[in-house]
Design a protein around this ligand. Structure first.
Ligand code: PLP
Length: 467
């Protein structure tokens, strides 16, 4: 092999060894593809003949021919008689300077980050049965390009469910199925920005990822403080915003419910501004010691866009959510959804529709509500025993509690101290958006994914670190 190809050989040798261990062709092909995409093999680079490369790597010539052939078919390589095999010129894949995907989550001894349901409680058997049944009943036409608004069958089932459980005023035609609540928010952000309504009030504190997502969709988030009763509507009214994103049922991360007076004030603000309230109903199904508060959307379906998903009830990995849009935004949202991705896959939608129809979703929620209540009680009992001076807030609902720390304590230092002992417990200050709320330190403790025993052990660890 010529000198110029020594680096190539070094680059491909690990893949060749994989191949020698019996994983034919694929890893060599993947290694070559990766080197081209990553820019280590620039456009125009001539590659050795298949015989030469096979000899250098100690693999069968057919393995190299197959890898070259596949990459020619994919357009990464060109092959011409006389000039050999080269890296193609117009790949449109210049190496990215963006940071790569986030590294896998560290293995924490106790991971109390909020936002995850108990993934081990996912109803695998019911989901499998619902998926099978869905595949059997869907006609062939349903496997073509879907309705960008979502599968009619699911929208019909969801309209019934949301009306029954959250009092949402809705028909199937008002619903757009999305890839999680995240996409619902991104679509709303993009449509508002396209209408020139770029300023969007958001709660401070709030979900950091949402802020980034909304900014990427073209809006300018404008933080408004939330206190122990939720967003300060009086301060919202002092902004130029005509839209506000609210977690009314369970403020994230403070955990409080927006009381009726503020709900009315918020809607009065929206009507007066010809504005919009975006209601992120992210975990309202989980409620333990307080009566259900109906969704704000039920109070004014023209002024409220409602967003929800299965991320806190089934699993975030399903990427299945919904948006109930007021009539004046619906066509724009469906158009934006079509332009974004042509619609969500009908298969999980049909499975979820079946689960809703059969009562399987209700049964799953009843089971998990009991599970989460037991876990929450175990956490609260352990906190009361080990850290009685520290006040848990927002305990009546959801999948996390906020542990208020003594005033003056630096919660990011506490967070770091815990992290050093393998306990992941985010500081409340991580969720601050710079507008001044809530003004005290805390830890946000997600409890849904840990057993009662592990929660007790985690609290013991926290207590030992801090007392
Ligand atoms: C406040 C809030 N809204 C919405 C979501 C859900 O987003 P998605 O449905 O896209 O998974 C989360 C999940 O962490 C959240 O914390």
């Amino acid at each position: 092999m010529a000198e110029e190809w020594t680096t190539l050989r070094e680059m491909l040798l690990p893949a060749a060894e994989e191949t020698a261990r019996g994983r034919h062709g694929r890893s060599l092909e993947a290694a070559l593809r990766g080197a081209i995409r990553g820019g280590q093999l620039p456009a125009g680079t001539r590659l050795p003949s298949s015989r030469d490369l096979a000899g250098q790597l100690g693999v069968a010539r057919g393995t190299v021919t197959a890898a070259y052939g596949q990459l020619v078919a994919e357009g990464y390589l060109t092959s011409r008689r006389g000039s050999g095999t080269r890296v193609a010129d117009d790949l449109g894949c210049t190496p990215s300077t963006e940071p790569g995907p986030a590294p896998p989550t560290a293995r924490w001894r106790y991971d109390l980050r909020p936002g995850l349901p108990a993934l081990s409680a996912f109803p695998r058997a019911e989901w499998l049965a619902a998926s099978r049944a869905a595949l059997a009943r869907l006609p062939d036409e349903a496997l073509g390009y879907p309705d960008p608004a979502g599968l009619q069958e699911l929208r019909t089932e969801l309209a019934g469910y949301l009306g029954r459980v959250r009092a949402v005023t809705v028909t199937a035609d008002d619903i757009v199925i999305t890839h999680g609540a995240a996409e619902g928010l991104a679509l709303l952000g993009a449509v508002l920005a396209a209408r020139g309504r770029r300023d969007l009030a958001v709660e401070d504190p709030g979900h950091q990822g949402q802020l980034e997502l909304l900014t990427a969709s073209g809006v300018r988030p404008c933080p408004v403080p939330a206190d122990c009763d939720g967003i300060r509507v009086d301060l919202l009214a002092a902004t130029e915003c005509r839209a506000a994103l609210i977690t009314a049922a369970h403020q994230f991360p403070l955990g409080t419910a927006l009381p009726p007076q503020r709900r009315h004030a918020l809607l009065a603000w929206a009507r007066e501004r010809d504005g919009l309230v975006i209601e992120d109903d992210y975990d309202a199904e989980h409620r333990y010691d307080r009566p259900a508060l109906r969704a704000m959307q039920a109070m004014d379906p023209i002024r409220v866009a409602y967003v929800g998903s299965v991320s806190k009830t089934l699993a975030p990995a399903l990427r299945l959510g919904w948006l109930v849009a007021p009539p004046w935004l619906r066509a724009d949202l469906v158009r934006r959804k079509r332009l974004t991705d042509l619609g969500c896959s009908p298969l999980p939608q049909a499975a979820f529709a079946g689960l809703l129809r059969s009562g399987g979703y209700d049964r799953h929620l009843r089971r998990t509500r009991l599970l989460y209540r037991r876990r929450r009680d175990a956490l609260l009992a352990a906190l009361a025993e080990r850290l009685p001076a520290w006040q848990p807030i927002g305990i009546a609902a959801g999948l996390h509690v906020l542990l208020r720390l003594p005033d003056g304590m630096d919660d990011s230092v506490v967070h770091q101290g815990l992290a050093a002992r393998g306990v992941y417990a985010p500081a409340l200050s991580e969720y601050a958006r710079g507008a001044g709320g809530p003004g005290y330190p805390g830890l946000v403790l997600g409890y849904a994914a840990l057993s009662a025993d592990r929660l007790r052990a985690a609290v013991a660890e926290i207590a030992e670190t801090l007392t």
